[in-house]
Structure formats: C-alpha cells, structure tokens
Write a protein that binds this ligand. Sequence first.
Ligand code: SAH
Length: 215
Amino acid sequence: MMMDEAAQQKMQFMFALRSHGVTDARVLSAMEAIDRSYFVKGIFSARAYEDTPLPIACGQTISQPSVVAMMTQALKLSPRDKVLEVGTGSGYQAAILSQLVRRVYTVDRHARLVKDAMSLFRRLDLNNITALIADGSYGLPEQAPFDRIILTAAAEDPPGPLLAQLKVGGIMVLPVGQSDAVQSLIRVTKTEDGLHYDELRPVRFVPLVEGLGKD
Ligand code: SAH
C-alpha cells in the first residue's frame, strides 16, 4: 500500500521521538495529537515535522520536537497536575502539556508571542491553558505552588522564586548554563529533605532574559 506524504512524515516524526528514548505512551500520544505545523509560521511551516528547532517571532525558536518530548517525559506528569511553563514561545510545549495535565500556566516576556499563542489555543480548543505576559524568573506567585515547573529558556542557575513555588513532591525541568555555551538539561526534585538534582543531557536553548520584551 502506498503511504501519502503526510502519513510518512508523521511516521518519521514519531520514529525520531522513540529513537531519542521517548517511551512514555501518554507523551507519545500527546505528541501525535498536537500538529506542530500550527505553531510554525510562513516558510518554515513546511519543515514542521522535522526534528529540528525552527525560528519563530521575536527572534525566538520553537524547540526540537524530540527535546520537547524528552522534557515532557522527564516531568513525570500526572493528570491532576498544575504546571507552570516559563517561555511560551510558539505555544507548542504548552499545547503538549495541556493534553497530559489538569491545568497549564505559561508565561513569556514577549507580549506578541503570548497573544499569538492564546489565539492558537482558542482555535485548537485547548481550554486548560492560561498564557500570561510576565518575567518568568519570578514565577507566578498568584497561582503558586505548582506540581511541576518547566523552563524552556536557559538560566545560569535554577531561579530561587521558581524553586520556592514548587510543591514538596514537585519536579522542575530546566536547561542551565551560560548562553551560547553547552547547557545541561537538569531535573530538580523537591522532597521533605530538600532538593535533589539529576543531570539529564546537554541541550541548547535561548537564554532566560530579565524584564519584559519591547513587543
Ligand atoms: N516553549 C517554546 C519555546 C520557547 S523559546 C515553544 O514551545 O515554542 C524561549 C522563550 O522564552 C522565548 O519565547 C522567550 O521570549 C522566553 N523567555 C526568555 N526569558 C524569559 C523570561 N524571563 N520570562 C518569560 N519568558 C522568557
């Protein structure tokens, strides 16, 4: 039987995730359910199913799908979780999270990205996501504490306010390191005895920047 091009692209997309060690069935089905092409605009939309980061507005990037899937898997999500994402960008990571948890809060320092992401969430009927313009280094005190926190921009160290807004039993996944150098994806688990750190793999993200953007 001949497979059409779209079906073949999707098969390759899912294969790339598995070959990067994404085995969680719920994560894989969320990645299958959310069409990445909605989150990539203009000339780059033709490349939405490639396992590569792509440019979006405001000089930012939509992450590589295998990295989105790995970070999602590393969060060990439960359906009742309330999650904070710092770095809305295109909204793709938030859309994946929305399939797996009760409630997603996502913040970005660029108003334009938040506005575009919100209209996309509405269009795709993703009604459990709230997108807000904010400097995510300070978290979202009015909605804290969170079961899970994910940063999709690299900080030099895990920001103190975010660690404080994580519940006991909570997990935070983030890239750490200097911008433009190799960064490490780490997982912080908060327990009764304190914080535990796992180093997951090298990654490369745009930096976490202080203050709000001009657009
Ligand atoms: N998760 C996104 C990719 C994000 S790229 C996606 O799925 O497409 C990183 C994003 O972090 C950028 O949009 C950038 O504006 C945002 N960012 C950087 N520093 C920030 C800060 N202090 N607070 C909030 N957002 C920040």
